[in-house]
Ligand binder design. Structure first.
Ligand SMILES: Cc1cc2nc3c(=O)[nH]c(=O)nc-3n(C[C@H](O)[C@H](O)[C@H](O)COP(=O)(O)OP(=O)(O)OC[C@H]3O[C@@H](n4cnc5c(N)ncnc54)[C@H](O)[C@@H]3O)c2cc1C
Ligand SMILES: *[C@@H]1O[C@H](CO)[C@@H](O)[C@H](O)[C@H]1NC(C)=O
Ligand SMILES: *[C@@H]1O[C@H](CO)[C@@H](O)[C@H](O)[C@H]1NC(C)=O
Ligand SMILES: *[C@@H]1O[C@H](CO)[C@@H](O)[C@H](O)[C@H]1NC(C)=O
Ligand SMILES: *[C@@H]1O[C@H](CO)[C@@H](O)[C@H](O)[C@H]1NC(C)=O
Ligand SMILES: *[C@@H]1O[C@H](CO)[C@@H](O)[C@H](O)[C@H]1NC(C)=O
Ligand SMILES: *[C@@H]1O[C@H](CO)[C@@H](O)[C@H](O)[C@H]1NC(C)=O
Length: 612
């Protein structure tokens, strides 16, 4: 790469994206345009008010609108940008203005190499919510994730119809026949395979896992989750399918749905009889009350929903009193958050595939961008290596024989998910500003990454601890709704999570010994970390895990079903107030969380429409 040429291209691309922010210049090739917003006025009435146009909120509001109901959907952000539609541009979205960019409270045992020890905590702030900025991986988790809840009406058999209801699978013919009962081709949310990234490592990674006896799994959303797989994603026609694109662009939704963009909900209006009557919002600096004749539904996500509940007097009584908020009901809101966490690993590889990397193209080659804009194809239509994922239960991996076995029923319940990404040589140097914004590592670590990356490409490996023992909290930082809440992810508070990370790194070490990796001289990058000096072997990796802690932003459980919500997602003790989003999910599923959040939205729409 000619270094002198980079700044100009860089500038051009930045200007391009800045100009496209807040605008959506291209209509979808397949999908229609997003709805225009309304200007809400004080005292305006609706039958239903849904707060938050993310994964779950768009599903609830759209189903109500399709059934002819009078519904207002409120969203703090505006339209997603053009960049959100390009699968290969995802990495540029973390830390952008479509991200809430929450600051987190350090626990001093995780994220030690992050700036101020604060773990990055991304959430989408636009139509589609986090589905507009996420990695588009379509995994549902494991049936046991539901069955173990032991809540009437919430087993996998109860939930499966809702997962299938929204799925619009485009590539059924590329799956085995045995997959058929697990999919629907007619749903509103289109899913399919990503375009081929044309990167040799795509195939080599699969071979590496196969060499450790991980089976190739053709469909991790069907019979078994275990093994290595090329998974489906929320993509169609080479572009991201956010829930905004899937639901809100439909004519039958737009006909009835009223949408208030850039409208921030500050609380739920609850009368003396503990009946929800509407919400208060901030719109263009003024405070408005909006009325709901029937129900208020909170779908503001794992951070927004508990914040709104607590501001409205629903939460831990002592905490609310501390902020002089009148307590309406004492419930464990925000006290039991769990999130998928990982140590970010960098495998040094030295090959010439950098030309094919989506991100590299985004940063350095106008041609790839032009190709995406004109054909929705080429490397930017791929998700890099991210569609290669592996699920395993580490108890079933034999660390002596370096082989995965299948010795008990438990082996079907994964404890780890490996996710992969590719960083071509020198990209970190060129894109330092983006990378620094997105990863939030301190300069000491960033310098080492940038310098090493000048010589080697990286396969970034994220071994996700699927069932962490640590729990975090979301609390108010102020009674002022405009002040972001106090988020303590509390990653790695339990040693069990660090031990699982070390096991995951040991598996990666074994993979590096398999032929496809060995032949390329691949090796794990050992960063010089203050505090990990003079440590070797697994002690070093324990220390590494506490320094290089990262999240996949799957936080759940901050307004949980069974604790804060009853079996029909009603807030316990309050009438006409319900929650559907990731905050309602009691425990982390063994997979990415958007599928579950959407299913909760579909489920709530069904509850609401049942007695119509
Ligand atoms: C960077 C990233 C990568 C991820 N990768 C994947 C992946 O590959 N696959 C996957 O399945 N999952 C992934 N996830 C997780 C997944 O996207 C989320 O679990 C899912 O979107 C949660 O849905 P939700 O409805 O709870 O919240 P969200 O989708 O976050 O939606 C909440 C909405 O509410 C709005 N809101 C919040 N507060 C207010 C307020 N006070 N007033 C008005 N509106 C408000 C927000 O702006 C947002 O639009 C990822 C998440 C992130 C952030
Ligand atoms: C973490 O360290 C900071 C600075 O030393 C301290 O103020 C804070 O209380 C510590 N937090 C915890 C949870 O120990
Ligand atoms: C499931 O819940 C029922 C009723 O609340 C209870 O009796 C039973 O012991 C629970 N089962 C398990 C496995 O926790
Ligand atoms: C992209 O190109 C490939 C190969 O040429 C083709 O199979 C695929 O259908 C194209 N995708 C789109 C979205 O046009
Ligand atoms: C493991 O064994 C069980 C029981 O025999 C079987 O159902 C399952 O498909 C096997 N899993 C794998 C990944 O081979
Ligand atoms: C790997 O290292 C060996 C020995 O240093 C060298 O001969 C070989 O060319 C290297 N292979 C690659 C793909 O870089
Ligand atoms: C760590 O420090 C050693 C000794 O100074 C140096 O050789 C090595 O390159 C450093 N590693 C990284 C990743 O910078």
């Amino acid at each position: 790469m000619g270094n002198c040429k980079v700044p100009l291209t860089w500038l051009v691309i930045n200007i391009f994206f800045i100009l496209s922010e807040g605008k959506d210049p291209l209509p979808g090739l397949e999908l229609g345009t997003l709805p225009l917003g309304i200007v809400p006025f004080n005292g305006q009435e609706f039958d239903y008010i849904v707060v938050g146009a993310g994964a779950a909120g768009t599903a609830v509001a759209s189903r109500l609108a399709m059934a002819g109901e009078d519904v207002l959907l409120i969203e703090a952000g505006g339209n997603p940008t053009l960049a959100t539609r390009i699968p290969g541009a995802t990495m540029t979205l973390m830390g952008s203005r479509l991200d809430w960019n929450y600051k987190t409270i350090p626990n001093n045992v995780s994220c030690l190499s992050s700036i101020d020890r604060q773990c990055r905590f991304s959430r989408g702030k636009c139509l589609g919510g986090s589905t507009s900025i996420n990695y588009m991986m379509y995994t549902r988790g494991n049936p046991n994730d539901f069955d173990r809840l032991n809540i009437t009406g919430w087993t996998w058999e109860d939930m499966k119809p809702y997962f299938l209801k929204y799925e619009g699978l485009e590539d059924l013919d590329r799956l085995p026949l045995s997959s058929k009962p697990y999919h629907n081709t007619e749903g509103l949310v289109h899913v399919g395979f990503f375009e081929d990234p044309k990167n040799d490592w795509h195939e080599k990674i699969i071979q590496g896992y196969n060499s450790l006896n991980f089976p190739y799994n053709e469909d991790i959303n069907a019979l078994s989750q275990i093994g290595v797989s090329v998974i489906l994603g929320y993509v169609s026609g080479g572009e991201r399918v956010s829930t905004a694109r899937a639901y809100l662009t439909r004519k039958d939704v737009k006909k009835n749905l009223k949408l208030a963009k850039n409208t921030f909900c500050t609380g739920v209006i609850i009368d003396q009889n503990r009946v929800a009557k509407g919400v208060t919002v901030k719109f263009l600096g003024s405070s408005l009350s909006l009325k709901a004749r029937k129900e208020v539904i909170l779908s503001a996500g794992s951070i927004g929903t508990p914040q709104i509940l607590m501001l409205s007097g629903i939460g831990p009584a002592d905490h609310l009193r501390h902020f002089e908020i009148p307590v309406r009901i004492n419930l464990n809101v925000g006290g039991d958050m769990s999130d998928h966490v990982l140590p970010l690993l960098f495998i040094k590889v030295d090959s010439d595939v950098e030309k094919h990397s989506a991100l590299y193209n985004l940063v350095t080659q106008g041609a790839a961008r032009a190709k995406w804009l004109t054909t929705h194809n080429g490397s930017l239509a791929s998700n890099g290596l991210t569609d290669v994922t592996a699920f395993v239960n580490t108890k079933c991996y034999d660390f002596y024989k370096k082989r995965l076995a299948n010795t008990s029923a438990e082996c079907e319940l994964p404890t780890l998910q490996f996710i992969h990404a590719f960083i071509p040589r020198s990209l970190l140097n060129v894109g330092r500003r983006f990378i620094s914004r997105g990863l939030q590592f301190n300069n000491d670590v960033l310098d080492q990454l940038v310098e090493t990356n000048k010589k080697y490409a990286f396969i970034v490996t994220s071994p996700v601890v699927l069932q962490p023992a640590s729990r975090g909290t979301v609390r108010l930082a102020s009674a002022n709704p405009l002040v972001a809440p106090a988020i303590t992810p509390n990653y790695l508070q339990s040693d069990a999570d660090v031990n699982e990370m070390v096991r995951s790194i040991n598996i990666i070490e074994d993979i590096l010994e398999t032929p496809p990796f060995k032949q390329q001289n691949a090796s794990l990058l050992r960063l010089n970390l203050s505090g990990c000096k003079d440590l070797d072997g697994n002690e070093y990796w324990q220390c590494y895990s506490r320094h290089m802690t990262f999240s996949v932003y799957h936080a759940v459980g901050t307004a949980a079903l069974g604790k804060v919500l009853d079996e029909e997602l009603r807030v316990i003790g309050i009438k006409n107030l319900r929650v559907a989003d990731a905050s309602a999910v009691p425990y982390l599923p063994r997979g990415n969380t958007a599928a579950t959040a959407i299913a909760y939205g579909e489920r709530l729409a069904d509850f609401l429409l049942k007695f119509k």
